[in-house]
Design a protein around this ligand. Structure first.
Ligand SMILES: *Cc1c(COP(=O)(O)O)cnc(C)c1O
Length: 478
């Protein structure tokens, strides 16, 4: 399998060659040259597989430059019940992504947040950690991951890469902007290869530092600086698996259809759902939910993509985006995989201008992709958290609440909706308290997390000083 850039100006490459990269050299995103098809016989054979075996069945169609035995071993090491251990009452503890019906055969919660950082980003990042270690070892290379986070991504990356050989992680976080729980999650990692840098300015300033460092080609090459952001193809690929797993858990046979509801930000999660559907999984609908940052909802309702200047800060912060970084992958498919059209559209986006695909032939193609969408605001979130708790005795996090709010607006007779649970409520105590007047449940093993010793370096958002710090740590042994 070869991978193409959505801009069409970079050579096609193999999986391991694009694994460590973000953008293609021409500024596009990588996609497989075709989507492998899951036949009826495949679906029948895959229905009863364990998560790791299902992951192998799917990923081995996309990855042909890792020997099958090695790939299988990496997937078994990644998707084991020991890593996804934070199951809750009513969930099957042996499952990696347990399904819990709120209304039997009508509305289910697919738990994707039972991994070490209690957010769905662990599903892909844990695999990325093992793949990175494997490929670096094979090539005799080292890598320094640099990123900026306001919560879920940074901690998922650190937990996936902690203790891994040949990788160091430099993660910038806003000093006073994360919850106490999120800070404790990251800063309590004492592994020698994890470097937390608390930046005394805002998230945007930290992001600017990352951009400044990444655009210094000499520095980047000398210290082998890499990223693990949401445009990484392997992250999207890993996420395809749970759409299949959720489908099999919710249905008795492969004649049935389901809908998935996805709380969305950078369009990574739901992009994996789109690809699962293109592979032949019987998905009736993909229901996209946004928060107040509704650039994607606007597109799916009107056909107009109008990126915003800056994101609004909300109580579902992991969906706060002004443009959706994975959206270009979906656009590539929508415009019939013509890179010249993608280049023209993104020339507009990069100039801060909207584009409009409401007319022919795009409207018809878009309808064929079976997306519907909606948005949810702060009061909807609180109301939904309360309603689900009162009606079902289940606590949900603010992002999952956005999804359930929108799912309810798109019922379809006879088609169950699986709402993806993207985080556990324990991560967002303030919002849970505002909704329910009490603290969220948290996994017992994480009691006292905030009291553990922490390791963090506080710095200003000064690119030169931070480069200097990275250079010193990168050159030290270990
Ligand atoms: C990252 C994240 C999202 C958004 O996912 P995308 O792949 O960026 O669309 C939603 N909910 C939670 C809890 C997240 O961490």
């Amino acid at each position: 399998m070869r991978y193409l850039s959505t801009r069409g100006l970079s050579p096609a490459r193999s999986f391991c060659d694009i694994l460590l990269d973000g953008l293609a050299p021409d500024g596009g995103l990588y996609l497989p040259e075709t989507y492998p098809q899951a036949s009826r016989a495949d679906l029948d054979a895959w229905r009863s597989l364990s998560y790791a075996d299902l992951a192998f069945a799917i990923l081995s169609r996309y990855i042909d430059d890792i020997p099958a035995d090695d790939l299988r071993a990496l997937l078994e090491k990644t998707y084991c019940a020991r890593t996804y251990a934070f199951t809750r009452p009513g969930e099957d503890a042996g499952e990696i992504t347990p399904l819990r019906w709120l209304e039997k055969d009508r509305l289910g919660l697919l738990a994707l947040s039972n991994g070490p950082t209690l957010a769905f980003k662990d599903m892909a990042m844990q695999l990325l950690g093992n793949l990175f270690e494997y490929v670096l070892e094979r090539r005799g290379e080292t890598l320094n991951i640099l990123g900026a986070t306001s919560g879920d991504t940074g901690s998922a990356a650190e937990y996936a890469l902690r203790g891994k050989r040949n990788v160091k992680v430099f993660m910038l976080s806003p000093h006073h902007r994360m919850s106490e729980f999120q800070r404790a999650q990251m800063y309590s990692l004492l592994d020698a290869n994890i470097f937390n840098i608390a930046v005394t300015d805002l998230v945007d300033a930290a992001q600017d530092v990352v951009k400044a460092v990444a655009s210094d080609a000499g520095f980047k090459a000398r210290y082998r600086i890499g990223a693990v952001n949401s445009i990484n193809w392997a992250r999207v690929l890993a996420q395809i698996v749970y759409y299949f797993k959720g489908y099999f858990a919710a249905t008795q046979n492969n004649d049935q259809q389901v809908a998935f509801c996805v709380p969305s930000g950078n369009f990574g999660n739901i992009c994996a759902g789109h690809i699962a559907r293109q592979m032949g999984l019987p998905i009736a609908r993909l229901i996209l939910a946004t928060n107040e940052n509704d650039v994607l909802d606007e597109f799916f309702r009107t056909g107009v993509y109008r990126p915003r200047g800056a994101a609004e800060v909300t109580s579902s912060p992991s969906m706060d985006i002004s443009k959706a970084s994975n959206f270009e992958r979906f656009m590539f498919d929508l415009v019939g995989r013509d890179p010249a059209i993608v280049c023209a559209l993104w020339a507009k986006v990069d100039a801060g201008k909207p584009f409009d695909l409401a007319g022919a032939p795009y409207a018809e193609r878009l309808a064929g992709f079976a997306f519907v969408s909606g948005k949810s605001a702060h009061t909807d979130r609180l109301e939904t958290i309360r309603r689900i708790f009162n009606d079902h005795g289940v606590m949900i996090d603010p992002h999952t609440a956005d999804g359930l709010k929108v799912a309810r607006e798109h019922p379809q007779d006879g088609i169950p909706v699986l709402a993806l649970e993207t985080a556990q409520p324990a991560k967002f105590a303030d919002t849970l308290r505002a909704a329910l007047g009490r603290d969220p449940e948290r996994p017992e093993a994480l009691n006292g997390l905030e009291d553990l010793p922490q390791k963090v370096t506080v710095m200003a958002a000064d690119a030169a000083a931070i480069k200097d710090y990275i250079a010193r740590q990168a050159e030290s042994a270990g």
